[in-house]
Write a protein that binds this ligand. Structure first.
Ligand code: ATP
Ligand code: MG
Ligand code: FE
Length: 358
């Protein structure tokens, strides 16, 4: 079964091919540089960029693999959550392709796809606990099968990735700053008291990162010399070493607070869901070195494996959509041409039809 995956929910255009669950090839066009000029993703520009990139990437991908449209059995597309206009670009491309070739169309939940991406590299086990930490979401799921995800907890305000990016922006570090906070924080020493570990003294599995963001803003206000004078990436060669050290320490402390907060709720979820076979952590923030270390400790404590997609499959990509689509198609699920885009803030319905297993 050859499955084409299409990702266009935000600022990355991704197309990939998966054959019988095995990754074959992918194409990815990032718009990060375009949006960096504005300090965040501009939806209208993002949609236009997807429209431009989709046909070109598709042609390159297929030509390089010496494949034609008729070879595709399943067209999987991210149908949400994401930016409405961006999703529509991917959806319309997918529908056109499926309509012209007779391939099965399947709309994929972008968040589930982030978590199932790990299955590209190793066998997924069910049930598993899934922590999705991305730019727009921080969700904990009980994953019962490739088509049954039960939401146990979520962020009430900012996502973890958003907290990273906004903190970086306060210091004049360009969007998306999460990776830079991670990299520079590795050179610093964490002060565990510098920032709060917010919203853990309760009994639930939800998150709230807005308090942490505010604490970082107050810290920068009180220490304005840590801010870069112009937008850019800190340069330890030219900057005052004392400033570099203090900023790196701030980032180390920030990494610690986010990772610690995530771990408290993950431990709680694991205590309440005894019997899960693995802990899956996915999404862009799963690439964070401190998050990875802390989650490895959590998994060890519960004697279960920690399953992490490799960094390139943590952020948005077409392969995770292709793989998730493959799993669903294999179970016999498909969508009609009335498949709709589901923007951010709405729950993606499981409104597929089931036909015989493929
Ligand atoms: P969503 O999936 O919720 O719609 P998204 O797809 O934009 O959001 P991802 O692409 O999964 O999110 O992740 C991007 C986020 O991950 C950004 O906020 C980015 O700063 C963050 N990120 C990437 N690498 C790291 C890292 N090493 N440390 C911390 N944050 C990181
Ligand atoms: Mg992105
Ligand atoms: Fe994403």
């Amino acid at each position: 079964m050859l499955c084409l995956g299409i990702e266009s929910s935000c600022d990355e255009t991704g197309l990939a091919l998966v054959r019988d669950g095995k990754f074959i090839a992918e194409k990815l066009a990032s718009q990060v540089d375009v949006h960096a000029l504005f300090g965040g993703v501009v939806p209208e520009i993002a949609s236009r960029e997807h429209l431009r990139a989709l046909p070109a990437l598709y042609n390159e991908l297929m030509q390089e693999q010496s494949l034609t449209a008729d070879d595709i059995d399943v067209v999987a597309v991210a149908r949400g959550p994401g930016l409405q206009g961006c999703l529509l670009m991917g959806l319309n491309f997918a529908k056109g392709l499926a309509l012209s070739t007779g391939a099965t169309l399947i709309g994929v939940n972008h968040l589930w796809a982030h978590l199932t991406a790990a299955g590209l590299e190793q066998e997924l086990q069910y049930p598993s606990l899934g922590l999705l930490v991305s730019g727009g979401h921080t969700h904990i799921y009980l994953i019962k099968s490739s088509s049954e995800f039960i939401l146990l907890g979520r962020t009430l305000d900012d996502a973890a990735g958003e907290a990273f990016d906004k903190t970086a922006k306060l210091l004049n570090i360009p969007y998306p700053g999460g990776k830079i906070v991670d990299d520079l924080g590795r050179a610093g020493n964490p002060d565990r008291k510098m920032f709060p570990t917010p919203y853990i003294k309760n009994d639930n599995l939800d998150f709230s990162f807005s308090g942490l963001k505010t604490a970082a803003a107050l810290y920068v206000q009180a220490n304005p010399e840590l801010r870069l004078s112009t937008m850019g990436i800190p340069d330890s060669e030219t900057e005052d070493p004392e400033i570099v050290k203090r900023r790196n320490d701030m980032f180390a402390s920030f990494n610690y607070s986010v990772a610690k907060t995530l771990s408290v709720k993950t431990v709680r979820a694991l205590e309440r869901n005894k019997g899960v076979k693995s802990l899956i952590v996915a999404g862009g923030v799963a690439a964070n070195s401190v998050v990875r270390t802390v989650m490895a400790e959590v998994a060890r404590k519960f004697s279960i494996p920690l399953v992490l997609p490799s960094p390139k499959f943590c952020t948005d990509n077409g392969a995770m959509i292709a793989f998730s689509g493959y799993l669903l198609a294999k179970e016999g699920f498909r969508h009609g041409f009335d498949l709709e885009a589901i923007p951010r803030g709405r729950v993606v319905p499981e409104d597929w039809t089931r036909v015989a297993e493929m």
